[in-house]
Design a protein around this ligand. Structure first.
Ligand SMILES: *[C@@H]1O[C@H](CO)[C@@H](O)[C@H](O)[C@H]1NC(C)=O
Ligand SMILES: *[C@@H]1O[C@H](CO)[C@@H](O)[C@H](O)[C@H]1NC(C)=O
Ligand SMILES: *[C@@H]1O[C@H](CO)[C@@H](O)[C@H](O)[C@H]1NC(C)=O
Ligand SMILES: *[C@@H]1O[C@H](CO)[C@@H](O)[C@H](O)[C@H]1NC(C)=O
Ligand SMILES: *[C@@H]1O[C@H](CO)[C@@H](O)[C@H](O)[C@H]1NC(C)=O
Ligand SMILES: *[C@@H]1O[C@H](CO)[C@@H](O)[C@H](O)[C@H]1NC(C)=O
Ligand SMILES: *[C@@H]1O[C@H](CO)[C@@H](O)[C@H](O)[C@H]1NC(C)=O
Length: 270
C-alpha cells in the first residue's frame, strides 16, 4: 500500500493522506490569471498541444515558447527516461488535458504525475533554473524494512550516492539514471532518478540530494518511496519498477514484479 504525503510540510505535521501513487499531481498557480479567449490563453493551448508529438519525437525532452511580451508562454515537457515514444506521447497528451481541465485560467501550472511524465508552462522563462514552486510531493510504501536497518542504510546510502552522481552527470538532453544494489542474495534495492536536463550538473545534484534527504527525514525505514519536485524526480523500491535497457542476468527475485505503477505486495521477513 502506498501513502502519499500531500507535501513535505505535511510530513512534519503528520497529516497523511492515503491515495494512489498514480494519481496526477497538478499544481495551478493562482498568482496570475488570464481571461478565457485571451491571446495568452490561446497561446497556452497552442503550446501545450505542440508538446505530445515534439516531446516524444525529441527523445523525451522538449521546450518551446510562443507569443510576444505579456502574451508569451513558455512550456517544458519531459518523459521518464525509460518511456517508449508511444508511452511518452500518451502520457504528455493526457497530462496536458488534465492541466487545462484543472487550471482553466492560471498563467502557470505544473504537473509531475510521479511517473512517467512532466509538463510545466508559465508566463516566464524557467529553463535552466532549479524550480521549487512550493513544497515537493512525497510518498512511501507502508511496509517497514524488517532486517537490520543500520546494515540496510549503508547499502541504501551508497546506492543513492551512485545514482545521484550518474543522473546529474547526464547530458543536456537526458539526466536520468537507474541502478540496483544487492542488500542480501535475496533482496535488491532499486533506485531511479531524473532531472530536467536543462539543469546544470550542480543544480541536478543538489535537487536530487535534497530529495533523498527529504525522503530520509519523512520515511526512513519504509520499503520504498518517492519525492518529486518540478526539477527532479526520485523513487526507490525493493522491486524493479523501471525498465532497464539491458535485461539483468541475475536470478529472479523472491517478489514477483508487479505491473508498472501498481502497488507492490509487501515482502514479509526480508
Ligand atoms: C485566479 O483565479 C483563481 C480561481 O480560478 C482565484 O482563486 C485566484 O484568486 C485568482 N488570482 C488572482 C490573482 O486573481
Ligand atoms: C470564447 O470564444 C468562443 C468562440 O469564439 C465563444 O463562443 C465564447 O462565447 C467565448 N467565451 C468568452 C467567455 O468570451
Ligand atoms: C512540434 O510538433 C508539431 C507537429 O509535429 C510541428 O508542426 C511543430 O513544428 C513542432 N514544434 C517545434 C517548435 O518543433
Ligand atoms: C489525448 O487525450 C485526450 C484526453 O484524454 C483523448 O481524448 C485523445 O484521444 C488523446 N489523443 C491521442 C492522439 O491519444
Ligand atoms: C545491526 O548491524 C550492525 C552492523 O553490522 C551491528 O553493529 C548491530 O549490532 C546490528 N543490530 C542488531 C539489532 O542486530
Ligand atoms: C553510470 O553511467 C554510465 C553511463 O553514463 C554507465 O556506463 C555506468 O554503468 C553507470 N554507473 C553506474 C554505477 O550506474
Ligand atoms: C560522467 O559521464 C562521462 C561521459 O558519459 C563519463 O566519461 C564519466 O566517467 C562520468 N563521470 C562520473 C563521475 O560518472
Amino acid at each position: 500500500m502506498w501513502v502519499k504525503l500531500t507535501n513535505i510540510s505535511s510530513i512534519l505535521s503528520h497529516l497523511l493522506i492515503s491515495i494512489s501513487l498514480v494519481e496526477a499531481f497538478i499544481r495551478c498557480y493562482d498568482t496570475d490569471n488570464f481571461t478565457i479567449n485571451s491571446t495568452y490563453g490561446k497561446n497556452r493551448d497552442l503550446i501545450l498541444a505542440s508538446l505530445p508529438p515534439n516531446v516524444s519525437a525529441k527523445g523525451g525532452f522538449f521546450t518551446a515558447n510562443v507569443g510576444q511580451n505579456a502574451d508569451k508562454v513558455y512550456a517544458l515537457g519531459m518523459c521518464r527516461g525509460d518511456s517508449s515514444p508511444d508511452d511518452c506521447y500518451k502520457c504528455v497528451n493526457s497530462t496536458i488535458h488534465d492541466l487545462v481541465a484543472n487550471c482553466p485560467n492560471q498563467k502557470e501550472a505544473v504537473s509531475w504525475e510521479g511517473q512517467p511524465c512532466h509538463v510545466h508552462y508559465a508566463d516566464r522563462s524557467f529553463y535552466g533554473t532549479l524550480e521549487e514552486l512550493g513544497n515537493p510531493e512525497a510518498g512511501y510504501n507502508t511496509g517497514d524494512i524488517k532486517s537490520n536497518l543500520t546494515e540496510f542504510d549503508t547499502v541504501w546510502e551508497s546506492l543513492m550516492d551512485t545514482v545521484v552522481r550518474n543522473a546529474s552527470n547526464g547530458s543536456s538532453t537526458l539526466k536520468y539514471a537507474t541502478e540496483e544494489a544487492d542488500f542480501t542474495v535475496f533482496q535488491k534495492i532499486y533506485a531511479l532518478m531524473q532531472c530536467t536536463p536543462d539543469l546544470s550538473h550542480k543544480d541536478c545534484d543538489s535537487c536530487l540530494r535534497q530529495s533523498v534527504s527529504n525522503y530520509e527525514s519523512c520515511c526512513h525505514g519504509k520499503q520504498g518511496g518517492y519525492v518529486t519536485r518540478p526539477s527532479c524526480y526520485f523513487r526507490w523500491d525493493l522491486y524493479p519498477f523501471y525498465i532497464t535497457a539491458t535485461p539483468s542476468l541475475s536470478p529472479p527475485s523472491l517478489s514477483p514484479p508487479p505491473s508498472p505503477g501498481s502497488p507492490r505486495p509487501v515482502i514479509k521477513g526480508m
